[in-house]
Design a protein. Structure first.
Length: 245
């Protein structure tokens, strides 16, 4: 399943407090492996073997990140993610046994921040956990409002309005849009966006970028099939074309 613990990838802390990870996995062997891997890195671990138990544990425990299996009997990972998102923006990493993009897209659509596929590699999983926890600590309040005609990014409030109407963006979509808006006209390729928006210091899966771009376009473009704000530059990547009105 995995390659053995990789040490030294992260401190396992959020600020001065050790991070606690909720591991939701119905397979005891995989759940135990994840617990040992995370504990070796210094993280606290809370376990849940079912979706119902995961919702209950999340409601009663102080959790900094959720590792959430997708395919579970009864309450599956998608529904668990939906319920968590009703009350919390805690980082959620989906764990799926399938490479099918349907699970990946569905997980992101219900609010997951990232995903890993089984069989996972320890180094990659730990890096993704570390990135999400680091991102959580770096989200400091500011007083910046970025305005581009009818499109306004209220950075301090974590919200976006278009023609005065607030848009329902996930926090990853919001970070992605802010990143584009801070350097209009610059072209960014997938690997650069993975580094700057997701925080990965290695080559990741470009589908993660493409999926979020498509979802973001559906929310901010008048015609997502003919995008004018986030444009594709053939063979190079994406750029932000600031709307003027």
């Amino acid at each position: 399943m995995a390659t053995g613990p990789i040490l030294g990838l992260g401190s396992g802390t959020v600020g001065e407090v050790k991070a606690t990870v909720l591991v939701v996995e119905d397979d005891l062997a995989v759940r135990t492996l994840l617990r040992l891997l995370l504990e070796d890195e210094g993280y606290g671990v809370v376990e849940a073997a079912t979706g119902v138990a995961a919702v209950d544990r999340f409601a009663t425990e102080s959790v900094d990140l959720v590792l959430l299996d997708v395919r579970m009997p009864g309450l599956d990972g998608f529904e668990v993610c939906r319920r968590i998102r009703r009350t919390s923006m805690v980082p959620i990493i989906m764990v799926t046994a399938q490479h099918d993009s349907h699970d990946i897209v569905a997980g992101l659509e219900v609010g997951a921040d990232d995903y890993v596929t089984k069989p996972f590699v320890d180094r990659e999983l730990l890096a993704r956990v570390r990135v999400q926890l680091r991102r959580r600590t770096e989200e400091r309040e500011t007083s910046v409002v970025l305005s581009f005609g009818s499109l306004e990014l209220h950075v301090d409030e974590g919200r976006v309005t278009l023609a005065g109407e607030e848009l329902a963006l996930t926090k990853t979509e919001f970070r992605l849009l802010c990143h584009f808006a801070q350097q209009p006209k610059r072209v960014w390729n997938r690997d650069q966006l993975l580094v700057h928006v997701w925080g990965y210091d290695y080559s990741g899966d470009g589908r993660l970028v493409d999926t979020h771009i498509a979802r973001l376009r559906a929310k901010i473009e008048r015609d997502p099939t003919d995008p004018q704000i986030i444009q594709t530059v053939r063979g190079l990547g994406y750029r932000f074309n600031a709307p003027s009105g």
